[in-house]
Every structure is written in C-alpha cells, then in structure tokens.
Design a protein around this ligand. Structure first.
Ligand code: FES
Length: 85
C-alpha cells in the first residue's frame, strides 16, 4: 500500500506478516512502487520493470541503479508504524 507523510510518498509491503517500508516512488522515473509486482523479497517497478530488494531497498537490475530509501517499521496492537524522519 502507499501513503504520504510530510510530502514524502511511502510504500509499505507485507511479506508473509513482516512489514517493510521504502520510498514510494521509483528512483528511475515517477512510478508508484505500491503498484509494482512482488515476487518473494523483490518488487518490480510497474513502469520499466526495474527490480528492488524490499528489505534493503537495493537496486537489483537495470534500468534502476539507485537504491530505494528504506524506513524502519514496527507492529503494535495490530497497527503498523513507519518511522519517517
Ligand atoms: S520508473 Fe521504475 S524502472 Fe523506470
């Protein structure tokens, strides 16, 4: 899913009950990572199919060369929190 906080777009991923958060916009061009295809720990950008590791934000394949920013998450009382500085 995607949300915006303080002007920053964030994508949140649920990988088998573990939650991760990255910048919600691809580092290549303007595409929402929340609309990408998830395969295991990888998310594929919906625009040009660049791949990122969801846990680390690492750019894995062209055309993406710059990592996604990642954010810490925690779950408390059924709520998912994302630490956005
Ligand atoms: S916009 Fe994401 S790979 Fe091009």
């Amino acid at each position: 899913m995607r949300f915006t906080h303080g002007g920053k777009c964030i994508a949140v991923y649920n990988l088998s009950g573990s939650f991760y958060a990255t910048s919600g916009i691809c580092t290549h061009e303007h595409a929402f990572m929340s609309e990408g295809y998830i395969d295991g720990e990888t998310v594929e950008c919906p625009l040009h199919q660049g791949l990122f590791n969801i846990r680390t934000g690492a750019a894995l394949s062209p055309p993406v060369t710059k990592n996604l920013q990642t954010f810490k998450t925690k779950v408390e009382n059924g709520q998912v929190y994302v630490l956005v500085e």
